[in-house]
Design a protein around this ligand. Structure first.
Ligand SMILES: [Zn+2]
Length: 238
């Protein structure tokens, strides 16, 4: 009886599937994935800090150049005053005001430079911290990866055994029936359900009379009208 064989096959198939999904949920694997995400995040943070440092260095250079230029202007102005001292009060006041304005601007630049140096130190610290914690995580990750690889290899051997056993059982199933089973498996797990009174054992919906009649008469695959599972009646039928 094909459906009995299919039901039997399903037990092995499900066992292999359960084992495989257990492998995916392995604590070591989940921890590795988490560490990998963390490392990627640190890499992104590092890129951000590096680009901030580059922007900061450009600005630092620009402000420094501008401060140098103004210092030159101020020195020139002072020389001119020495060589050619102003004669009227108005002229003295005018020159004085110009010099004071330049000095004010220079002070602002100095403040900005001091602020940027502080910010730059902060960025350097941040960069060091990221590097340290990334290196620590990377070392943990590498170690965990090595032990997980051993674990995975062993599990893979077991999984292959389970799959081979299921495949062996599956040889008794007609290809068309197997194809249908696989199709149903895409949307219903497990893909077969026992009949439970007049209900589908998979989704618990009560089956229409026509479906039940079909189950009792035919030898074909009969699917639940609601969930689409292959219905299975284990007892021998007339
Ligand atoms: Zn159902």
């Amino acid at each position: 009886m094909q459906l009995d064989a299919l039901w039997n096959y399903m037990q092995f198939d499900m066992e292999a599937d359960r084992f495989e999904s257990g492998m995916r949920k392995s604590p070591n694997r989940l921890k590795l994935l988490k560490q990998r995400d963390f490392l990627l995040e640190q890499q992104n943070n590092m890129k951000k800090v590096e680009s901030n440092i580059a922007v900061m260095n450009d600005r630092l250079e620009a402000v420094r150049d501008e401060a140098d230029r103004l210092q030159g202007v101020l020195a020139k102005l002072t020389d001119e005053l020495r060589e050619n001292p102003p004669e009227t009060i108005e002229e003295i006041e005018k020159q004085l005001a110009a010099a004071q304005k330049l000095e004010g601007t220079l002070r602002q630049y100095e403040q900005e430079l001091a602020r940027m140096r502080k910010e730059s130190e902060q960025l350097d610290r941040m960069q060091r911290d990221i590097r340290t914690s990334a290196a620590r995580t990377k070392a943990e990750y590498d170690e965990l990866k090595r032990s997980y690889e051993v674990e995975f290899k062993d599990a893979q051997v077991k999984l292959n055994e389970l799959k081979a056993r299921a495949e062996e059982e599956g040889k008794a199933i007609e290809p068309t029936m197997m194809a249908r089973y696989r199709q149903i498996k895409q949307h219903a797990m497990p893909p077969m359900a026992k009949l439970n009174g007049d209900r589908c054992g998979g989704c618990n919906m009560s089956l229409p009379a026509a479906t039940r009649d079909h189950l009792n008469t035919g030898n074909d695959i009969v699917e639940c009208d609601n969930c689409g599972r292959i219905l299975f009646v284990p007892t021998m039928r007339a």
